[in-house]
Ligand binder design. Structure first.
Ligand code: ADP
Ligand code: MG
Length: 883
């Protein structure tokens, strides 16, 4: 017998579990030990030694190693060994950097790992999907990915999309009854849910019958191709740029070598110098450092509660020019409280805040109780047409489920209504809420066998479906004046920023069709709930900061236009002549018409998720880089189409999370702003070290080139060049990647996505500083050599020291786009430490006798140092004053 052929009771018996209680935590532990984690076998990891070896596969490094080998064979042992050691150390650094980047990416994966809702020891809890075991009772909602293979024991209009397994993209309706047929394909086992497939609608409960590789997905997982490592646009652009730089560097190096040989320098020496120069000047490590900087940035974002799912999002964040954000839950607290009720033509006011169950009902300042006509029934219907539960956690009332539903439970409790007796009302059918339909319905049968429908939802959706209205005297036909009165109430509640929900019922006979198309009509309108959902405290400030940063914030909501308008003006989103557009207006507009007005639009109300796609496209057509948030299943297309898809860590579904590139752990709008700020900063930091590294390289090449042109001896020997490449270029560059943002990061417009890496004057800065660094080094060398023509080592030491010092001073200039004097040089402690260590290593190389022969150095006097420092400060100070 297969699982789908068994009755639910048999499944429970076989797996020693009940769907009321779930497994005990003891059993869970045992089964985890026995069956292992619920994971598909992941692809093999590259072994560490291979990653290590990969650090040396660079072509120029191989040439250098070959050249060193020849040098060794020719008897230049010291040089050969020194070069070998430097190359080795360089490789180790590359290896550790790669490991670090890898680790932070793995941590990210863990953070965004899917969760499952399981029933254990009688309590629902959220655990990582990996920890689900056979026999676990799991609850799934629309938007979830099913965590394991399950036999469904309860389905509330649940539909799943199983194309990953069956290739069939139409949703499959799921139910709980056993199917006796033999040998059904997965696609026909409609009482089963399969690991990795999506719940597109409704909700349900199931018992896990297979985990990990013992699932239908597990069987085909081995056939699936591994996902390739993706590289970000910036990494790709840098890799392309790298190729050009390699050609330029090789050409210049070749020139240096030829000139050197022409000037009569020994061929072997020139060759080694040339190869060393090439190794130093080719920024082969640039893409790797960029990856490290990106992944460090990712870690900083995690601390700010933003999880980046795609590394490329870090870059794109900095270019965002429009944020389209959901109102409910992202800009607001998503803590809903019924404040006002419209019933029998009157407005009742409800006291109490949040989910606290203490509060009273007032009519014209007079307290009312359950004797007020229809009130008890209205609240009861609100509890029956509901999908949430009220729980106490740590002494505080909390909601499990939809906060809007939760608010109705709390409101009912304030009048003394407790949990509903399951015996009294029997649930025949439920049509779940979704943002497209903007309503939810249940069909119930009471103890006398009477059936009725309760519908609750957006008032403007319910009113047209209503034919009658309930008031103090009973039920009567809904007349024009009733409708107008109700509409006025809706408007008055909405302009107080209240979210409105109407509720209605319809008696049904047993003969009435249960077909969704015929159910929700001929309603008797009962009343309105006015629900407050206060804005989050941080949001107003975050929106203002975004505006300063040239980023427009747009509010999107399914709520009533007046509710949206009230909250928008509260948050300062809507300028005086800004447009508020409603869903029905969007329906009438063509894409082109929307594009015409989109720049003036700030609020979209009563929209459905489909509209979001239209909105994203309209902004994009105007050249905007759009960030779009979402939480429900239907938001996924818009999230995918946007430049930065953002999903909610708490309220979001698996589907939206998978479609997004950024997940907000706290669902908070302010976190988007923090992520954008960090994104801008990371990009600036990358620019900083590109600038530093390339200017240094230009300086190194030029000093050699100038010297050869002037017929001078080599100003730097190969080991010195390699040392500079390792120490001076390495440490400070990494520290620049950790630099804090300049004060103005959020005070200037977003970077254009078309801006090249060298945009905004970076290219000029690199060349001009590079030339100066080369020149001062050359001058230092020439003057010293002129005065001491028979002490070449002395002149080389001075040149070497000047080059290092010029770079270590110049690194502070790289921290700012303005004058170096504008920023406190001690702000970045990593940089200060990096510079100090480089300095110490320089002193060691210059003064420690055992190293002197290896690095071709000699001790310098104080007078030399004064000369060196004065010269090496010129490239930085000169430009600092110019501003
Ligand atoms: P948003 O997420 O932007 O607030 P929704 O689509 O969730 O928009 O809600 C739109 C409207 O649907 C609300 O104004 C309310 O009238 C109605 N509504 C919201 N939640 C529920 C629910 N759980 N049951 C019935 N109606 C609801
Ligand atoms: Mg909602």
């Amino acid at each position: 017998m297969k699982w789908y052929q068994l009755d639910v009771e048999r499944v429970e018996q076989k797996l020693h579990v009940t769907s009321k209680e779930g497994l005990s935590s003891k059993k869970v532990k045992e089964r985890q030990k026995q069956y292992g984690l619920n994971e598909l076998e992941s692809q093999k990891h590259t072994p560490r030694w291979l990653i290590f070896l990969a650090q040396f596969q660079d072509f120029m490094v191989l040439v250098l190693l070959a050249a060193t080998l020849i040098a060794g064979l020719l008897g230049e042992y010291i040089d050969a060994i020194a070069i070998m050691v430097i190359v080795l150390v360089n490789g180790c650094i590359g290896y550790f950097q790669e490991q670090k980047a890898e680790k932070s990416l793995e941590k990210l994966k863990e953070l965004s790992a899917p969760m499952a809702n399981v029933l254990r020891d009688g309590k629902w809890e959220k655990v990582s999907s990996r920890e689900v075991v056979v026999g676990d009772v799991v609850r799934i909602n629309s938007g979830d990915r099913i965590p394991a293979d399950i036999r469904i024991v309860k389905s509330v209009s649940m539909e799943t999309e199983e194309s990953a397994l069956t290739g069939e993209s139409l949703p499959v309706m799921k139910h709980a009854t056993a199917i006796r047929k033999e040998n059904l394909e997965a696609g026909d086992q409609v009482n089963m849910g399969f690991m990795g497939t999506l719940v597109t609608r409704g909700s349900g409960i199931g018992i896990v019958v297979g985990t990990g590789m013992n699932t239908v997905m597990g069987q085909i997982a081995s056939l699936m191709t591994n996902t390739k490592k993706t590289i970000t646009p910036l990494e790709r652009r840098l890799a392309e740029l790298g190729k050009i730089l390699i050609i330029v560097a090789l050409f210049l190096t070749a020139l240096v070598v030829m000139l050197g040989i022409f000037q009569g320098n020994p061929m072997y020496e020139m060759f080694l110098a040339g190869v060393s120069l090439a190794v130093a000047a080719i920024p082969e490590g640039l893409p790797a450092i960029v990856t490290v900087a990106l992944s460090l940035g990712v870690q900083r974002m995690i601390k700010k509660k933003a999880i980046v799912r795609k590394l490329s999002a870090v870059e794109t964040l900095g270019t965002a020019s429009v944020i389209c954000s959901d109102k409910t839950g992202t800009m607001t607290e998503n803590q809903m409280t019924v404040k006002e009720i419209y019933l029998n033509g009157n407005h009742l006011y409800v006291t109490g805040d949040g989910y606290d169950i203490h509060g009273d009902y007032y009519l014209n300042d007079r307290k009312v109780d359950e004797h007020y006509p229809n009130l008890e029934n209205m609240l009861l219907y609100g509890m029956l047409c509901n999908h949430a539960a009220l729980l106490i956690k740590k002494g505080k009332y909390q909601i499990d489920g939809d906060p809007t539903d939760g608010a109705l439970l709390v409101a009912a409790r304030k009048l003394g209504l407790k949990e509903i007796d399951g015996e009294k009302f029997h649930l025949i059918k439920e049509i779940p809420f979704d943002s497209d339909r903007k309503r939810m319905s249940v069909v119930l049968e009471d103890q006398n066998g009477m059936r009725f429908l309760i519908t609750k939802g957006a008032p403007d959706v319910l009113l047209p479906r209503s034919t009658h209205v309930l008031n103090g005297e009973g039920r009567s036909v809904l007349r024009k004046e009733d409708t107008i009165k109700i509409e006025n109430s809706i408007n008055s509640m909405a302009s107080k920023a209240l979210r409105t929900i109407a509720i209605g019922i319809r008696p049904l006979s047993n003969k009435d069709s249960l077909d969704e198309a015929f159910l929700e009509k001929d309603l008797t309108f009962i009343g309105l709930f006015g629900i407050i959902d206060p804005p989050r405290k941080e949001v107003k400030g975050a929106i203002a900061e975004c505006r300063q940063a040239g980023i427009k914030t747009v509010m999107i909501t399914g709520d009533h236009v007046n509710t949206a308008r009230a909250i928008a003006s509260n948050l300062n989103i809507l300028p005086t002549n800004g447009l508020v557009l409603e869903g029905h207006q969007l329906n009438q507009m063509s894409q082109a018409e929307l594009e015409d007005v989109i720049d003036d639009a700030y609020v979209f109300a009563r929209v459905t998720p489909e509209h979001k796609l239209k909105i994203v496209k309209a902004f994009q057509s105007k050249g905007h880089i759009v960030a779009m948030t979402g939480d429900g299943v239907n938001d996924a297309p818009a999230i995918k189409a946007s430049d930065i898809g953002i999903s909610m860590g708490i309220a979001g579904t698996d589907v939206t999370k998978e479609a997004s590139s950024l997940v907000l752990m706290d669902d908070n709008f302010a976190t988007i702003k923090a992520a954008i700020k960090e994104g801008r900063n990371i990009y600036e930091n990358i620019r900083k070290f590109i600038r530093y590294l390339l200017a240094s390289n230009v300086g190194e090449i030029l000093v050699m080139l100038f010297a050869m042109l002037l017929g001078l001896p080599l100003p730097l020997v190969p080991v010195q060049i390699l040392w500079v490449n390792l120490v001076t270029d390495g440490l400070p560059a990494m520290a620049l990647g950790l630099d804090k943002p300049e004060d103005n990061v959020m005070k200037r417009p977003p970077r254009s996505p078309r801006e090249g890496v060298f945009g905004r004057g970076l290219g000029y800065k690199i060349i001009s500083r590079g030339i100066l660094i080369g020149l001062v080094t050359l001058i230092a060398f020439m003057l010293t050599y002129q005065n001491n023509p028979d002490n070449l080592i002395y002149a080389q030491t001075v040149a070497f020291t000047t080059l290092v010092m010029a770079q270590l001073i110049h690194v502070f200039d790289c921290r700012t786009e303005n004058s170096v004097f504008d920023r406190n040089p001690f702000e970045n402690i990593y940089l200060v430490l990096a510079v100090i260590s480089s300095l110490l290593l320089l002193l060691v190389v210059v003064y420690w006798p055992p190293l002197q022969p290896i690095f071709h150095t000699t001790a310098l006097a104080l007078r030399d140092w004064m000369f060196i420092v004065a010269l090496s400060a010129i490239p930085t100070v000169l430009f600092g004053f110019k501003k």
